[in-house]
Design a protein around this ligand. Structure first.
Ligand code: NDP
Length: 287
């Protein structure tokens, strides 16, 4: 009985000793947010603005980016600007980082959040689509990280990678998307190990999100998923807290992400079953 008790005391001590988040932590910080014209990225930009950060946002749709920049300035951003273009193009991904160098004189945080359009349904065998999605959702993250690393080493800054439960456990109906999210875990978790070996003080926070109420996700999955999506503004704030506290992984919401994942090593088939039971599945042929 003494050993579990000691474990509980140690866990309590560990959690109470952890630093708490304060909005001032992000005041004056120079931050890139990708995919910030809508959804979670847009909300991240607004939270950063309220905290007084310097913000550089990017996505393809210039008119939406202009609106987000205007709102960020109203909310109190130290500065706000945008670069528009597509993350299918690795030169563009690198160009966004150069813009941060030119306009902000450095970088404290790189928030990689954009996601390319995909379908919701059984894998259709379109290999070209998988390749394109890997370029947008994975390779451009790698290209931006590589380009930003000298500035992040200088500032002892942070990389934030927005991923999904679909990047930790097999999900049906989003095969190409899931593949890109698993790739992010492999790349960034390995890179974190190398940073540790090389004493590089750049944190990497991998964000594992459940179902969030963005227009895209609700349009794609609300009718099929038996669960209520979580609010995007709260999700965005939790991402920033995890990033500022330099956590290795952030789970939002905990009950629908971290807890089920505890089953992965001891009862993988049960976890697969629980994942499938989240969906209103089409009737199998012949039934
Ligand atoms: P949205 O679809 O709302 O936003 C996606 C953003 O990416 C937009 O700003 C979009 O702008 C941009 N984007 C899309 N294609 C490209 C492209 N080719 N080049 C550059 N930018 C592009 O997504 P969410 O807010 O829902 O998702 C944000 C992140 O959270 C993603 O990484 C997603 O995987 C993750 N996530 C979301 C969940 C959810 O339920 N919402 C669940 C789990 C993870 P534009 O079209 O103007 O280019």
């Amino acid at each position: 009985i003494l050993i579990p008790l000691l474990g509980l005391v140690l866990a309590f001590w560990f959690y109470s000793a952890r630093e708490n988040f304060k909005p001032e932590m992000l005041q004056g910080k120079r931050v890139i947010v990708t995919g910030a014209s809508t959804g979670i990225g847009e909300q991240i930009a607004y939270h950063l603005a309220r905290m007084g950060s310097h913000i550089l946002i990017t996505a393809r749709t210039e008119a939406k980016l202009q609106k987000v920049v205007r709102r960020c300035l109203e909310l109190g951003a130290a500065s706000a600007r945008y670069v528009s273009g597509t993350m299918e193009d690795m030169a563009f991904a690198q160009h966004v980082v150069s813009e941060a160098q030119a306009s902000l004189g450095g970088l404290d945080m790189l928030i990689l959040n954009h996601v390319g359009a995909s379908y919701f349904g059984f894998f259709d065998g379109d290999v070209e689509h998988v390749r394109k999605l890997l370029e947008i959702n994975f390779l451009s993250y790698v290209a931006m990280t590589t380009a930003a690393l000298p500035m992040l080493k200088e500032s002892e800054g942070s990389i934030v990678v927005v991923s999904s439960m679909a990047g930790k456990v097999g999900f049906p109906f989003t095969v190409p998307y899931s593949a890109t999210k698993f790739a992010l875990d492999g790349f960034f978790s390995s890179l974190r190990q190398e940073f540790s070996i090389q004493n590089i003080n750049v944190s990497i926070t991998l964000c594992i999100l459940g179902f969030i109420d963005t227009d895209r996700a609700v349009r794609a999955a609300a009718e099929v998923l038996r669960e209520v999506p979580a609010p995007r503004d709260e999700c965005a704030l939790e991402i920033l807290k995890g990033a500022a506290l330099r956590r290795r992984e952030l789970y939002y919401r905990y009950s629908s992400t971290r807890l089920p994942l505890l089953l992965r090593d001891c009862a993988a088939e049960l976890l697969d079953y629980l994942v499938r039971s989240r969906y209103r599945l089409p009737a199998a042929p012949g039934t």
